[in-house]
Design a protein around this ligand. Structure first.
Ligand code: SF4
Length: 469
């Protein structure tokens, strides 16, 4: 396997020792070294494992400030001021696993449910009326109550729907680790990214918190994204559940996993998610010792942005409105909005009996989130163009690394935002959007792209939809 516990522990130990010895004398050597590492990251060159470990051990406020400022610059250089919006859709809470941290663990007694296709339609109708274009489909693991065929049926239903002018145009899928054959089926169904969190890269902790069930097999879970790649799913997303084990270990685990995918399949994670362990009433007590403060969580997010500058970073409603605001400025590029984390929760069809997978800390509506993004001079983006234009995997990364992706992302973000404003925005929101689009158009350097975008904005105003480059 490609996760070496001793290697990661040694890196962290050495970085800790060097930080300690530096603070014992003048701190000058480490000061220069840290600045050099941050400068390298600022040039979008990524970071070595040793450099990541050194940044993770930073406690000095001036170093942390420099990390945050540089992460903000890296994010601006790669993503501009766009923030991609999505919502989760829970279709089934049946699960045969006993994951200690999760409300859906099989020991938790509650009335489990799986949406009928009619209920999927009801849920999607609500999401489309909210203006969402991108979903993350979520389900527990249960091959009898929720087989892959059921997931395929849901995908079919979602993609076939249209509510008013709204439609879901990209469905990312977060279902249990499975076989190449099943991943091929998901690929054929036209999913966006396949997302699977490793939860923890620390094998002993993984085995402790996954008490029983197929997910207990660390190696099978760890190699799931390899099988997805082999099946042709080249946009894959990873993540760790921060709080299960040493968060710095998890960051290096993510680095090793990403490099393994790059080495073997030519492309690493399309996205990395940074969920933090949250309250879940039906969870099994497992004595978590690694709860991390907001400050450490911010440092981790910023270091990830520096280490893997071209990978999207996703933060969910596990985090509060106030913290998500800060995280967006230091590296997060995708956020969920208006989320419901239980089966049937959007249309309230099953909400009374179902249970949320975890407790949310941000209950803001999509329009409130889109509105504060505008107030911060950020662009809420509803774009789903890349995978529909075949810009996935290595092709996407190639464009991102040469900076060319901006020529498609920025116009698409503006067009989809205008579409959202026209179809779902209040008059105040429309005016704010109009002002932002005016100034953003002026910032598009390439004349042809600027004209094309302005022309499409006009077409959208006149009723055309789903325009993208
Ligand atoms: S984390 Fe996933 S696999 Fe584990 S109990 Fe929850 S739903 Fe099931």
């Amino acid at each position: 396997m490609f996760i070496y516990d001793n290697y990661i522990h040694n890196l962290l130990r050495q970085a800790e020792q060097s930080a300690e010895s530096a603070s014992a004398d003048t701190g000058a050597a480490t000061d220069a070294e840290i600045k050099k590492i941050i400068e390298k990251a600022g040039r979008l060159e990524g970071l070595s494992h040793r450099e990541v470990a050194q940044l993770l051990m930073c406690r000095d406020q001036k170093h942390l400030e420099l990390i945050f400022q540089t992460a903000a610059k890296v994010k601006a250089a790669v993503y501009g001021n766009r923030v991609v919006m999505f919502a989760p859709l829970y279709v089934s809470d049946w699960c045969v696993n006993k994951c200690a941290y999760c409300n859906y663990n099989s020991l938790h007694q509650f009335g489990r449910s799986r949406l009928t296709q009619e209920q999927v339609r009801m849920e999607v109708e609500v999401l489309e009326k909210m203006g969402h274009k991108r979903l993350a489909l979520e389900a527990g693991q249960d091959s009898e109550n929720c087989p892959i065929e059921y997931i395929l049926e849901c995908l079919d239903t979602i993609y076939s729907m249209k509510t008013g002018k709204g439609a879901i145009r990209r469905v990312n899928v977060n279902v249990a680790a499975t076989s190449v054959e099943d991943y091929k089926k998901l690929k054929a169904a036209g999913i966006g990214s396949y997302i699977l969190f490793q939860e923890t890269y620390h094998r002993p902790t993984y085995e402790k918190v996954h008490i029983a069930g197929p997910k207990k097999d660390f190696d099978y879970h760890l190699t799931a994204l390899d099988r997805a790649m082999e099946a042709g799913l080249d946009d894959v997303g990873g993540g760790a559940l921060f709080g299960l084990y040493d968060p710095y270990f998890e960051v290096l685990g993510l680095m090793l996993h990403n490099e393994h995918l790059e080495k073997n399949y030519g492309v690493g994670f399309h996205t990395v998610s940074v969920p933090r362990l949250c309250k879940a009433d039906g969870a099994i007590a497992a004595g978590y010792l690694y709860a991390l403060s907001d400050e450490v969580f911010m440092k981790i997010t910023a270091v990830l942005r520096l280490a893997i500058p071209f990978t999207g970073i996703i933060v969910s409603t596990r985090e509060s409105y106030a913290l998500r605001k800060k995280l967006i400025n230091i590296g997060v590029s995708q956020i969920s909005a208006g989320s419901v984390t239980k089966v049937g929760g959007y249309s309230a069809g099953l909400a009374a009996q179902s249970v949320a997978q975890f407790e949310k800390n941000d209950n803001s509506k999509i329009e409130d989130i889109a509105s504060w993004l505008l107030d911060e001079n950020l662009i809420p983006s509803f774009c789903t163009a890349c995978y529909r234009s075949g810009r996935t995997g290595g092709r996407f990364m190639g464009l991102a690394k040469t900076g060319k992706i901006k020529n498609v992302c920025q116009p698409n973000a503006l067009m989809t935002l205008w579409e959202y404003a026209m179809d779902y925005g209040s008059s105040d929101f429309v005016e704010k959007t109009r002002a932002l689009i005016k100034s953003e158009l002026e910032n598009i350097g390439d004349e042809k792209i600027r004209e094309l975008t302005a022309g499409n904005i006009e077409k959208i105003q006149n009723g055309q939809r789903d325009l993208f480059v």
